[in-house]
Ligand binder design. Structure first.
Ligand code: SF4
Length: 284
């Protein structure tokens, strides 16, 4: 049976075929990490932000109230995530650092948002400006033809241009090939669902307060189609031997490890292997 892929499953396959096998063939559960849990609290706060009740907010108080609302939303998400965060093997200082980092990212977001809002609000009301900048959030997209689906963070239509935007909490603000592919696949699905192309594809790097955009074009769509086709062809087999390991920094890092680290390396730690072993491990 053909399975539905996603930008995430395709990028997982491209990074490490063995990880794809454990995640999507065997459906083994993935472990939470402090980065994924705190990233989710930030995403949840941002999703809630555009659905707040704006009664009582006007030009005289919007700067203060919107900041407060966003922080309240974040603190609620954080409180919900805290029991899971405490279960992870991180010390309290590390958890505190991630909390502060998350606050910092949301401050970057709200600074940027308020600056844009202040340029839009001129001559109109707060409500008009807020509505104009209100995006659709957490949109489910699906392509039966290309057997792919996924959730998109933001679709914003402004001045007759459609922007597809994904929030990133990564430590670097590089527009990497896997991010580009993710946005290309969203564009493919968007095009199929709405019968038109988005204009700009963007990443909002919250940690850096930067937004980077590329134009949506046919070349990207063709690349997305090709990758959707390839993943179906490459994942027909159910034999683990057809899914090589790809040892690298994504196996283990300072605050976590790949969910399947113990399946791949048992009790031995990756740093115990020298470079030659790592190359060898990739073949096993
Ligand atoms: S531990 Fe490394 S090699 Fe093993 S599945 Fe995870 S990413 Fe791949």
């Amino acid at each position: 049976m053909t399975r539905l892929e996603s930008p995430s499953s395709i990028n997982t396959y491209n990074m490490c075929k063995r990880k794809y096998f454990y995640s999507y063939k065997l459906n083994l559960p993935r472990k939470d990490s402090i980065s994924t849990l705190t990233g989710k609290t930030v995403h949840d706060a941002l999703e809630g932000f555009f659905n707040i009740n704006i009664t009582g907010i006007d030009k005289s108080n919007y700067q203060v109230i919107l900041r407060q609302q966003l922080m309240n939303l974040f603190n609620n998400s954080w409180t919900k995530a805290l029991p899971l965060l405490l279960k992870l093997e991180n010390d309290k200082d590390t958890i505190r650092k991630f909390y502060q980092d998350s606050i910092y990212m949301l401050q970057n977001f709200i600074d940027d948002y308020l600056s844009t809002l202040s340029t839009v609000i001129n001559g109109g009301t707060f409500e008009e400006a807020f509505t104009k900048l209100k995006p659709q959030t957490e949109i489910y997209l699906f392509s039966e033809k290309h057997k792919v689906h996924g959730y998109l963070d933001v679709i914003l239509e402004i001045n007759n241009e459609i922007y597809i935007i994904d929030y990133k909490t990564s430590s670097r603000d590089d527009f990497t090939e896997d991010y580009k592919l993710q946005l290309a696949i969203y564009s493919l699905m968007f095009n199929e669902k709405f019968g038109k192309m988005p204009n700009k594809l963007g990443l909002h790097f919250l940690r850096h307060g930067t937004k980077k955009f590329i134009d949506a074009n046919e070349e990207l769509i063709e690349k997305a189609k090709k990758e959707c086709e390839l993943i179906q062809l490459n994942t027909v087999s159910d034999d683990i031997n057809n899914y090589d390991k790809n040892p690298g920094p994504w196996c283990k890092w300072r605050t976590g490890e790949c969910s399947f680290y113990s399946q791949c390396y048992g009790v031995k730690k990756l740093q115990d292997y020298d470079e030659q072993n790592l190359i060898q491990l990739g073949k096993n």
